[in-house]
Write a protein that binds this ligand. Structure first.
Ligand code: 25A
Ligand code: L14
Length: 358
């Protein structure tokens, strides 16, 4: 580790993830010598705070990375495609939060609790990729179970919050919810028909962000559709689990957007080679790094998005044996998608990088 710290650039500093990256660097006392806030020209003139000081937002350009040691990127895949190689050529180590480089065999894809040893391979391209948020939280929980009992197959369904799509989507959900709640005047003394007919005008409304209304609805589509009719988000979970944890594990996913504000939830079913009782799984998970077990059915205690908000840990509960097969478990996993799902994971990678490598 350098005595006087590192020059760090945050690309996409004004976005939901970039903003959280700045807060996490500050909270965890990352050894920052100088910080540089980069975004598009739209945000030039704005200021962002770091450790009580104001920093101007600068427009990202080809000379942004002179003298920068570490670049934390979260401004979308096309920005990373263009600027990460430029930064890397300048000697800046890029930690990229977009999907662009994740499956590149020359780029390590890292969850610090799962495969930190991969970080050392950053030297090939000077780029390290941060996995997809839904993959990160699932693997933090499954890694210790895989070590104990060898996972053969994963069936996962996600319930992903609107914050994953950004501020415009949050605004769309709130506006739609307000409009519906105000327009549908109904109480329980009245017939249900009045409620159903009140909903009718909202069956097909104009939307800006999502293909359908998100308020009071579940959308079984996240990201684009692929030729096999899975969505790209579903395939990211399949591909990335193979690269990070074990290519021998079979994975199938259904990813769903639900009208929650922040925090992704997941129903995870695993089939293992060795038998693992629910009690054994709980004992293993109580000792696992980055994991907090919340599992007391008698008190209706289990992970919730409200409990995961602002929390570094991935929460797991509803741990029970899958009684339809010999060796299987069901779990409910919730984590803050902007924090462990993006910003925190990236900063943890940077921490290992400076502790062990640069
Ligand atoms: O394609 P990917 O890889 O899947 O990533 C797509 C997007 O997902 C977010 C992230 O958006 C990314 O852009 N994201 C990525 N990983 C995520 C994860 N794990 C994730 N979200 C959740 N979980 P974001 O909103 O967090 O951040 C976007 C940032 O990128 C900056 N940016 C955009 N284009 C840029 C650029 N920076 C440099 N050069 C470019 N060409 C963007 O800065 C933001 O910091 P900005 O200045 O463009 O936006 C500041 C504010 O302006 C508003 N705004 C957005 N779009 C418009 C706009 N205003 C006017 N017109 C617009 N078209 C917003 O309010 C924004 O906050
Ligand atoms: O691949 O919840 O990092 O919309 C970031 C946003 C995945 C989806 C990524 C979301 C995307 C996520």
């Amino acid at each position: 580790m350098k005595k006087d710290g590192y020059n760090v650039a945050v690309v996409g500093a004004t976005g939901a993830v970039g903003n959280m990256m700045i807060k996490v660097l500050e909270r965890r006392s990352f050894p920052v010598k100088q910080i540089c806030m980069l975004a598009s020209g739209r945000s030039v003139g704005r200021k962002l705070q770091f450790k009580g000081k104001d920093y101007p937002v600068l427009e990202l350009n080809e000379s942004s990375f002179e003298g920068i040691d570490i670049g934390l990127f979260s401004a979308g895949g096309s920005i990373s495609a263009r600027f990460a190689p430029i930064a890397a050529n300048e000697g800046c180590i890029v930690i990229d939060n977009t999907a662009h480089f994740r499956m590149d065999t020359d780029v390590p894809l890292v969850v610090p609790e799962v495969n930190p040893e991969q970080i050392g391979k950053y030297t090939v391209k000077n780029i390290i990729a941060n996995p997809n948020c839904s993959t990160i939280q699932m693997l933090v929980v499954l890694k210790p179970l895989h070590d104990a009992a060898e996972i053969k197959r994963i069936v996962v369904s996600t319930y992903q919050s609107v914050s994953g799509t950004g501020k415009d989507a949050l605004e769309e959900m709130l506006n739609q919810s307000r409009e519906m709640a105000n327009s549908i005047q109904w109480n329980k003394e009245e017939g249900l028909d009045k409620l159903w007919s009140g909903l009718m005008p909202f069956r097909q409304i104009e939307t800006k962000v999502y293909p359908h209304r998100i308020a009071f609805e579940c959308l079984p589509q996240i990201d684009i559709f692929m030729p096999n009719d899975y969505t790209k988000e579903e395939m990211k979970m399949v591909w990335e689990t193979g690269k990070i944890l074990d290519p021998n594990i079979r994975v199938t996913a259904t990813t769903v957007r639900v009208p929650t504000f922040s925090g992704h939830s997941e129903s995870v079913n695993i089939e293992t080679k060795e038998k693992l009782s629910a009690q054994e799984a709980k004992d293993i998970l109580r000792k696992a790094p980055g994991v907090k077990v919340l599992d007391d059915p008698s008190k209706s205690e289990y992970p919730l998005t409200a409990l995961a908000a602002g929390e570094d840990y991935t929460l797991v509960g509803r741990i029970r044996e899958d009684e339809s097969i010999d060796k299987g478990l069901n779990l409910w996993v919730v984590s803050d998608n902007i924090l462990k799902g993006a910003a925190l994971n990236a900063v943890q990678i940077a921490e290992i990088l400076v502790e062990r490598y640069i």
